[in-house]
Design a protein around this ligand. Sequence first.
Ligand code: SF4
Length: 221
Amino acid sequence: MADPVHAAAALLLQQELGELGVDCLAPPAPPAALGLEQIATAVAGCHACPLASTRTCTVPGEGAVGAAVMFVGEAPGRDEDLSGRPFVGPAGQLLTKIIESGMGLRREQVFIANVLKCRPPGNRDPQAQEKEACTPFLEQQIASLQPRLLVALGRHAANHLLGCDQPLGSLRGRLHEKPGRPPLLATYHPAYLLRNPAAKRDCWQDIQIGMHHLGLTPPAR
Ligand code: SF4
């Protein structure tokens, strides 16, 4: 029997598909890729897990429709919950610096999202039930964007996207290739880098692996 919260999120997506004229009685996998705005609309109306009752705003993610790079964190924090935008607090400012000063891109050129679209109270770790309920939205975003590179920020996002349970240290430093998925790079969450500045060097090495994959060179200083 389908899990009720997962089924509710799937139902929301199916309603969006129905509005597009896609037959909702047809097998749902793989679903037609929804547009990013349609996914954001579905997220805004989602009550598929208990975080709906504690959130201020949903935080679906933001960025360019044709983004080659998609950054994925674990969940919105306080600043994101209040603003409805991903990575806007101090950790977000560091992520923006990595994107703009490090990679030579503008923040508006990439897509930034989280595994969860609502803030866990007190920034606690995401729970398995919440991640399962929210996964259809992230998967639809990846299917819609089809980025050339996924960058998982932190252990939770990396394990979720890779379907494993390993320390970040064993996952970072290389591209993870899986059939039917964009190559994935795992690196430190910017919030971790703020607490552990010495790890910035390792993060920069990771980012350079991604840049090489994308054919990017660091901007002139
Ligand atoms: S976290 Fe995801 S599944 Fe839970 S209410 Fe928010 S959008 Fe829905």
